[in-house]
Ligand binder design. Structure first.
Ligand code: NAP
Length: 241
């Protein structure tokens, strides 16, 4: 069973790749630039006795996506799963102050990248397959004063999840999303807020940020046959936030 995890070199994607391997998936993870981190995740996956490869593929480049899917199938076998995880945030800013090109970059990765990967997956799933999109609770919260554009990009992912799920349900394909809350990964530092989890922990009903593994558990369940009657669902993994 071949699974592609986009952005599998770090954070939630890396946790998902490792846990999916533990559950028997052969994993093809993609990354944008961090080759060493990707290689470490591949090694961890292989320790579970499954096959794993890493492919440098930028989800904003359509030809990279085609190469990613081609390599996954030629090296590991027919595709059965996709975790649309690669995503970026912008720096904390008011909408009126965004620098030029910022929103386009976020939408190119989070929306168009996810959309094209989903498209490529449903074209290749032969009779059965499963997609899990990594959205965000931001889609519902809107992220005012932080990154409204990021939140809006994840709302687009939610809508794509619902529409595509209903479109392909009779083709043996399930499509769901997880919506993580505050998860302890590098993404906050990349958005200029390395202490964001600590700063916002009190806003979480459970009083803490979550881990990549806690999100991965939900993703791997949605990938599995245990979730065989679940499609078009947005599963919040957010400590109640
Ligand atoms: P992260 O730690 O910053 O990791 C991002 C991953 O995505 C890396 O593997 C990175 O590759 C890859 N990536 C970024 N841009 C890419 C591109 N254009 N093409 C291919 N790969 C790309 O992020 P994370 O926190 O794990 O976030 C993963 C997903 O969860 C994102 O969609 C994010 O929006 C969502 N999410 C995160 C949180 C949170 O609190 N952390 C909350 C809600 C939703 P390199 O290693 O090569 O840079």
């Amino acid at each position: 069973m071949t699974l592609i995890v986009t952005g599998g070199s770090r954070g939630i994607g890396a946790s998902t790749a490792r846990l999916a391997a533990e559950h028997g998936w052969d994993v093809c993870l993609s990354y944008r630039s961090n080759e060493n981190a990707a290689a470490e995740v591949v090694e961890d996956c292989r320790r579970h006795g499954t096959r794993a490869i890493a492919v440098r593929a930028d989800v904003t480049i359509t030809s990279d996506i085609v190469v990613l899917f081609d390599l996954a199938e030629s090296e590991l076998g027919p595709l059965r799963g996709l975790v649309n995880n690669a995503g970026i945030v912008g720096h904390r800013a008011l909408v009126r102050d965004y620098e030029s090109g910022r929103t386009e970059r976020i939408f190119a990765t989070n929306v168009l990248g996810a959309f094209r990967c989903a498209q490529e997956a449903v074209r290749r799933f032969a009779g059965s397959g499963v997609i899990v999109n990594v959205s965000s609770r931001a889609a519902a919260l809107g992220s005012p004063g932080e990154y409204v554009d990021y939140a809006a990009s994840k709302a687009a992912v939610d809508t794509m999840t619902i529409g595509l799920a209903r479109e392909v349900a009779k083709d043996g394909i399930r499509v769901n999303a997880v919506r993580p809350g505050l998860i302890d990964t590098d993404i906050h530092a990349s958005g200029g807020q390395p202490d964001r989890i600590i700063a916002l922990a009190d806003s979480v009903p459970m009083g803490r940020g979550g881990s990549g593994n806690e999100v991965a558990e939900a993703v791997v369940w949605l990938l599995s046959d245990k979730a065989s009657y679940v499609t078009g669902t947005l599963l919040d993994v957010s400590g109640g936030r």
